[in-house]
Design a protein around this ligand. Structure first.
Ligand code: CU
Length: 142
């Protein structure tokens, strides 16, 4: 019986250690509007580790430059500004989405067609780097 309980404890600890990871889902990069060289990317980061982690840098092989941005309302006007990092607390998730935090991508270096994908690399404060393939999606019409 004691052996059995020990086995269960070891298994649970093993599982917890195994879940020390960051998972990115729902990634997408918008095809720029015709004539534009700037566009946005969105995704959700799930932090399954026991520590707060910061997304500190982003790169894409399909663009000259990539920045982390936040939208804010100032005097009724929607503005956006670059942020140095995005913090994801332990066991929470952060979603980059239209009107909020987003990836800002400048000057594509390759043709961008809806349905194809681009590579996006995310670097985190814990030293982890995730290289992700994100589908290109059409800008919604408004
Ligand atoms: Cu922006």
């Amino acid at each position: 019986m004691v052996k059995f309980i020990l086995l269960v404890v070891v298994t649970v600890i093993g599982f917890a250690a195994n879940s020390t990871e960051l998972i990115v889902t729902d990634g997408q990069v918008r095809v720029p509007m015709p004539g534009r060289t700037v566009t946005a990317g969105y995704f959700t980061i799930q932090n399954n580790t026991t520590e707060s982690v910061r997304l500190t840098a982003v790169k894409s092989s399909a663009f000259e430059r990539a920045e982390l941005h936040q939208h804010s309302h100032q005097d009724g006007v929607m503005r956006m500004e670059q942020v140095t990092h995005i913090a994801i607390d332990a066991n929470t998730s952060v979603t980059l989405q239209p009107g909020g935090l987003h990836l800002m991508l400048f000057d594509p270096v390759q043709p961008l067609l809806a349905g194809e994908s681009v590579m996006v690399s995310l670097s985190f404060s814990n030293g982890q780097q995730l290289d992700l393939s994100m589908p290109l999606t059409e800008m919604p019409r408004r």
